[in-house]
Design a protein around this ligand. Structure first.
Ligand code: AMP
Ligand code: MG
Length: 370
């Protein structure tokens, strides 16, 4: 009964969203998706803009990834917002990067006391809450392990002894005490890595800026995060393709049609180390210190909150399919698409009206779940 009630609620939220789009009243829910995992650009057909509307776009490098932004609206306004949005992304990177020496996170990790700005305090609090909610599958104090594995640079995995020496990781509970304008420091031996959530929060901030304008729509891709605001030039929802983890660039498993949501994808094909025939991905199980022994190849989360989509896609990847589905049923405020190692593509039923499977692709089986 309760499950049916939740499903109905989900469905009506998405229907309300579609209804408002049809009525041309713009956006409702914000959300995001992984850029490498999403072939957004390839699928976003541009239809004719009205006489006064135009599309401007830019691709830039930020937060260690390729970002792209497309804006539709008045030319002058769109060009100005393009600059502001790119500058905001760079600015947030200079606060949240683990590796830029002047960033707040770098300084905290270096043992300094830092007076927190509002955005950083909010991000730390959200990371702490996500960690509690996911039972530690998302753990922002994972930094020492991330540094040890150094996926992307290292050519072999660390030893069992090196990994064991870093466990257990310090609890991130203390982050809940982060307050804007207050001095903050980390407990001894604790280092932060917000790589699993920072792009999503940056997307939240950038979309908030764009929503204040009278633009018709925008599509932001930040690595594995895609966010859409409003609609395409023709008033239709944005189209976002989900990539086949085994496929070449052009092969997709499904297409989402969305407005005002964030879509985040975490997968084992984004960044990994291949050693003696074994693939070690960049997401780590905070309990074991190793990449998770998961039955998933990728997880895509659709949410009105970019940081939540980002953090949850990372956490659900660690949890595996069945615990993730139980988590989804309990949470009731996001939707997801799972690609499993045994070639199933499972979408939560709240996406039924806005997701099309690429049936027949790559020998996959497709299903909705409730
Ligand atoms: P994503 O690509 O959003 O899934 O984030 C992966 C990034 O988050 C990694 O590159 C690490 O910086 C960090 N990370 C890895 N494992 C975890 C974890 N279990 N919890 C939180 N952050 C993680
Ligand atoms: Mg993430």
């Amino acid at each position: 009964m309760q499950k049916n009630g939740q499903n109905e609620e989900r469905k009506s939220r998405l229907l309300a969203c579609a209804e408002q789009n049809r009525a041309g009243r713009g956006r409702l829910l914000p959300l995001r998706l992984a850029a490498a995992a999403v072939l957004a650009a390839a699928l976003l057909a541009l239809f004719g803009c009205s006489a006064k509307e135009t599309e401007v776009s830019e691709t830039f490098f930020v937060m260690d990834t390729v970002a792209s932004l497309r804006l539709i609206g008045d030319k002058e306004q769109a060009e100005s917002l393009l600059k502001q949005a790119a500058a905001l992304a760079q600015e947030l990177e200079t606060r949240w990067s683990r590796t830029l020496p002047d960033s707040s996170i770098y300084r905290l990790n270096d043992g300094e006391t830092v007076v927190l700005d509002e955005e950083t305090a909010a991000l730390l609090a959200q990371a702490a809450a996500l960690s509690v909610e996911t039972g530690g599958a998302f753990t922002p104090t994972v930094s020492p392990l991330v540094e040890l594995w150094n996926i992307g640079e290292a050519d072999s995995p660390p030893s069992r002894e090196e990994i064991a020496a870093l466990l257990p990781l310090p609890s991130p509970d203390f982050l809940a005490q982060a307050r804007a304008g207050q001095p903050f420091s980390l407990p001894e031996g604790c280092r932060l890595d917000l790589g699993g959530v920072a792009k999503g929060e940056a997307a939240n901030r950038i979309c908030a800026l764009l929503r204040e304008s009278s633009l018709r729509g925008a599509l932001l891709v930040l690595g594995g995060q895609v966010s859409c605001v409003g609609t395409r030039a023709d008033g239709e929802p944005w189209r976002i393709a989900l990539r086949d983890p085994d496929g070449q660039q052009g092969e997709t498993l499904a297409e989402l049609r969305l407005t005002d949501l964030h879509i985040a994808t975490s997968g084992d094909y984004e960044r990994y180390l291949e050693f003696e025939g074994v693939r070690y991905c960049h997401i780590l199980d905070p309990e074991t210190g190793w990449p998770p022994e998961t039955d998933l190849r990728s997880v895509t989360v659709v949410s009105s909150d970019g940081a939540r989509a980002d953090g949850l896609s990372t956490a659900l990847f660690v949890m595996g399919l069945e615990p993730s589905l139980a988590f989804w049923r309990e949470a009731g405020d996001f939707e997801a698409v799972f690609v499993t190692s045994d070639r199933r593509v499972i979408a939560t039923e709240g996406l039924a009206d806005c997701l099309s499977f690429s049936n027949g692709a790559g020998g996959y089986r497709f299903e909705f779940t409730s």
